[in-house]
Ligand binder design. Structure first.
Ligand code: F0G
Length: 352
């Protein structure tokens, strides 16, 4: 059956009517990949799955929320959208706005956005504004812009974003044919963890699943306001997508964690990079560093003996590794070209 995107598939659960124009790139329906090799490498045996959201059309989970946010903006006769972003939201907003024939304004922190994401916004014709400031400052500014001008704000405080993103929880339940025991997920502006929790709750209310998972959120050590319980003024992490010190959806995320009997933890950049490499090398899945924070969290909890044997765990891999290939290349040894003959190549292969 042909896939037509998340609005088409989950219309009954979304705030759309026949009057809503559907702006879609056929997002969603992403793979839930069994990860036995990674599962076996962990200290406690878990049944592990990776929800690979990098397989969305612009390479991140943001597309699920953006199809709803942009469709509703067009329904409301808006002709321009704005967002602050660490990169993925700007890529997604730019793509969906292009498709809708709307103008996109995207404000990103200077110097801390992966090249792939910047190139996406530029290729889709967005007006890209690099801010001499961080994401939190950019976010405050775009909120004021959206109050003063007839421009739709498409950050995750826009409730339509959360509505669209909750469809990933529906898919996980359908793919597993039940709800997982635990969901490990990276947390930045804290919209996605809130969206998943909403999705699981709604699926249980609809009788589609019996149980609810624990939501286990992960922040980077240098950008962990939810873990520390206070705003981080100068967030720092290699995982630039989650380099956020004052998350917009703070209270919703806290509620998701408390209601699900979950928790929120932090992982170091070194742990993130280890997990990033492990997922790529043990499972053939290339995610971006922010996504690997969830896997790093799982590694940590398994080491601490916190996960019961046989638990069914889903890690949400929120974005594609190709977006941020600079980080991957910094981990590899420098490339040394060899002469164009078989002897040199065999030697470089380490076969003699
Ligand atoms: N993973 C990736 C790859 C992201 O891009 C983000 C957020 C997150 C995780 C965290 O999700 O914010 O809902 O808690 N990126 C936003 C952006 C902030 O601007 O692209 P969250």
């Amino acid at each position: 059956m042909r896939w037509h995107g998340v609005i088409h598939r989950y219309r009954d659960y979304l705030p759309v009517t026949e009057k809503t124009p559907v702006i879609t790139l056929q997002e969603g329906n992403t793979p839930l990949i069994r990860a036995d090799r990674l599962g076996e490498a962990l200290d406690s045996r878990v049944e592990l799955f990776l929800k690979f959201e990098g397989a969305n059309p612009t390479g991140s989970f943001k597309d699920r929320g953006m199809t709803v946010a942009i469709s509703k903006a067009v329904e409301e006769k808006m002709t321009a959208v704005v967002c602050a972003s660490t990169g993925n939201t700007s890529a997604s907003a730019s793509a969906y706005a292009a498709r809708a024939g709307c103008r996109a304004y995207v404000v990103v922190p200077k110097g801390n956005v992966a090249m792939g994401k910047l190139s996406q916004a530029l290729m889709h014709g967005a007006r890209l504004i690099q801010l001499q400031g961080n994401f939190d400052e950019a976010f405050e500014i775009v909120k004021s812009v959206a109050e003063k001008f007839p421009i739709a704000l498409v950050n995750s405080i826009n409730p339509f974003r959360i509505e669209g993103q909750k469809t990933a929880a529906f898919e996980v339940c359908e793919q597993l044919e039940r709800s997982p025991d635990r969901v490990f997920i990276p947390v930045g502006n804290a919209g996605n963890i809130s969206a998943y929790w909403k999705g699981f709750r709604e699926y249980r209310e609809a009788g589609r699943i019996q149980n609810l998972p624990r939501m286990i959120g992960w922040q980077a050590e240098g950008a962990a306001p939810l873990v520390r319980g206070e705003v981080v003024k100068h967030p720092e992490t290699v995982a630039s997508a989650i380099r956020i010190g004052n998350p917009a959806n703070w209270s919703m995320a806290r509620a998701a964690i408390e209601e699900s009997h979950g928790e929120i933890g932090l992982v170091s950049d070194a742990e993130i990079l280890d997990a990033y490499r492990q997922v790529a090398q043990l499972e053939g899945v290339f995610c971006e560093p922010a996504s690997a924070a969830a896997v790093a969290g799982l590694v940590k909890q398994c080491r601490e003996g916190k996960i019961p044997r046989g638990a069914q765990v889903v890690c949400i891999l929120t974005g594609h590794g190709l977006k941020d290939s600079e980080v991957a290349l910094t981990l590899a040894p420098p490339l040394q070209p060899v002469e164009a003959n078989i002897e040199a190549v065999v030697e470089a292969m380490g076969l003699n």
